[in-house]
Design a binder for this molecule. Sequence first.
Ligand code: AMP
Ligand code: MG
Length: 338
Amino acid sequence: MADTRQRRLAEFIEPFRVKPGSKVKLGRDFDAAFKAGVKSKKAGVALLEEGVRLLAEYQERLAAQDTWGVLVVLQALDAAGKDGTIRHVMSGVNPQGVDVHSFKVPSAEELNHDFLRRYAQCLPARGEVGIFNRSHYEEVLVVRVHPENLDRQKLPTASKRGDIWKRRYREINDWERYLTDNGFRIVKLFLNLSKEEQRIRFLRRLDLPDHNWKFSAADVREREHWGEYQKAFSEMLSHTSTERAPWYVIPADRKWYGRLSAGAVLVHTLMEIDPRFPTVSKAQHQALLDVREALEAQAPKGAAPDPFEERERAAKAATDGQRDGQPAKQAGEPAAAE
Ligand code: AMP
Ligand code: MG
C-alpha cells in the first residue's frame, strides 16, 4: 500500500522536477496552468487532505527518529501563493516540529557577514521540518535583478570579478551538498505563476477590502521586471537543480493544484526518508519491566498496582461478554434487549 502510494506520488510529481543539468527556459518548459493527474478541484482538495494527514504522521516519525531534518525552500514571484501554501500544506502538522522563517531585505548586521550566514542560522534541527519563505536563492534573484543589493553587500573587488552568479550557484550547490551529506534533505519548490494570473491576483487585492493589506505598490513595481525575473529564475533552475536537491516547478495558477503539488513533493521526500520510531532493544525492554515492577510495588493499600492494566482487563471482559451474547451492563444503563 505504502509502495503503491509512493509510486503514484513519484509519477505525479515527475513533470515538476527539473532534471539536473538541463537548461530551463521557464515560459517554454513549464506551464503555470498545468493540472494533469487530478480529475477535478474537488478530487484535488480531498487528495490534499489525505496528504496533510500523511505529513502529520511522517513528521511525528521524523521527530521520533531524530536523525534527519528537512528544509523546504519556497521561492516565487509576488502573489504566487507562498503564504497560502505554507498555511494549507502544514495545517495538520504539530507546530513543535515545524519552523518557518521569512527572509526580508537583509539588515546592516546581516550585511556584515558572508551571504549564506543568515540562512545557515535558521536551518532546522534533526527531527524538524524547516520552511524558508524566500531563501538563500534571493541572493541570485532579487540581488541579481537589482544590483544595488549587491553593492550593499560590501564585497571586496576580487569577489565581484568574473561571473559572480555562476560562482554563487556553485557555492549554493556546495552548501546544499554539505547539508544533505549531514542528513538534511532539501525540498526546493518554485511556485510558477503566469503574468496574467499575477495581474488578476493584484486586482483582487485591490477589489476586496479584506485583501487590501496584502497589496503592496512595491509588488507592482517588481512586476515591471517580469522578464528579468523569468531569466534569473530560469538560470537559477538550470544551475542549481541537483540529484540530491532537485528543484520542482509547481504550477501555481490554480491555488488548489499548487498546494496539492507542493504537499505531494514534501510527502514524497518524507516517504523516501522513511523515518521510523526507535525500536526498544531487549536490554531496554527488560529495564522497562524492572521499573514497572518497582512502581507496582509502591501501590498504596487497596489501590490497583497498575490502574491501566486493570481498566484494560475490565474493558476486555466487557467486549468478550458482548461477543458471547451477554451485553455488558454499564452503570446506570439498562442492558440492551436482544
Ligand atoms: P515579502 O516576502 O513580501 O514580505 O517581502 C520581502 C522583501 O524582501 C521582498 O521584496 C524581497 O525581494 C526582499 N528580499 C528578500 N531577501 C533579500 C535579499 N537577500 N536581498 C535583498 N532583498 C531581499
Ligand atoms: Mg510581498
